[in-house]
Design a protein around this ligand. Structure first.
Ligand code: FPP
Length: 250
């Protein structure tokens, strides 16, 4: 088992970017990059569990990805069924719980059925919870939480952060400690906008299909060196051993 790195983030969120470029560089269709992206995801799920990460949330299909060429969209949908039939049994044995977050209403019945099966089969597992964001958008998540609050009859003064948080996706998980994006772009791209308010951000040029245990450990080592303050002042140890407070931003 891998040596634990300290402190290990409880929750890691990943934008798995770079599949298309990975395939293009090999003169292969983009969907081949996604197929290798699934293999990378499976590797990282097992590696994350081995390192004591409790929650892993990955962006597999965004609300905006429907605008991609039709063959790429249908290739990604097919990959869901292939991935579930190929990898689910091993995940279930390894203590992985799978949850899907996102708007299921426009997803084809057979894709929904595959996700339902994966969720049901792994529902009692607790070693690591893997949330797959599928037809997900961070703005959608905030809007659907507001809609639910209104539908449940909350008055404006009852709508506060706790009221919305409890109606968002991922209510079962703490907010992500670490947000990773592969593929060289430095943006959040409408992923977990609400939940990443205080996440540490980590960007790497590594294309997602190449992201392996070593790349994960590099991100975890970087995270372990971060000084998380959540808006508070920084505390530091003076040479005398005295704990001193430094102004935020120092
Ligand atoms: C971004 O790379 C990646 C995606 C839009 C899809 C991510 C999906 C996977 C890794 C597969 C997981 C799927 C399942 C079924 C769980 P990109 O296509 O934008 O790459 P590019 O930036 O190089 O074009």
């Amino acid at each position: 088992m891998a040596e634990p790195l300290h402190p290990v983030p409880r929750h890691v969120a990943i934008v798995m970017d770079g599949n298309g470029r990975w395939a293009n560089r090999r003169l292969m269709p983009r969907v081949v990059g996604h197929k290798f992206g699934v293999d990378a995801l499976v590797r990282i799920i097992h590696a994350s569990a081995a390192r004591g990460i409790e929650y892993l949330t990955v962006f597999a299909f965004s609300s905006e990805n429907w605008k991609r060429p039709q063959d790429e969209v249908s290739g990604l949908m097919n990959l869901v069924m292939v991935a579930v039939s190929k990898y689910l049994a091993r995940m279930a044995e390894d203590g992985v719980r799978i949850r899907i977050i996102g708007d299921r209403s426009h997803v084809a019945e057979k894709v929904r059925a595959a996700w339902d099966h994966a969720e049901a089969r792994t529902a009692n597992n607790r070693r690591i919870t893997v949330s797959v964001a599928f037809n997900y958008g961070g703005r959608w998540d905030v809007v659907q939480a507001c809609q639910r609050a209104i539908a449940e009859g909350l008055r404006p003064e009852q709508i506060d952060e706790a009221a919305l948080s409890s109606r968002m996706s991922l209510t079962y998980a703490p907010d992500p400690d670490l947000f990773i994006r592969t593929g060289g772009e430095v943006r959040i791209s409408n992923f977990l906008l609400w939940q990443t308010a205080y996440s540490e951000l980590y960007f790497t040029d590594c294309l997602w299909p190449d992201f392996d245990e070593r790349a994960l450990d590099a991100a975890l080592e970087d995270y372990a060196r971060r000084d998380r303050r959540f808006g508070r002042v920084k505390t530091d140890i003076a040479p005398s051993g005295e704990v001193v407070s430094l102004p935020a931003g120092s």
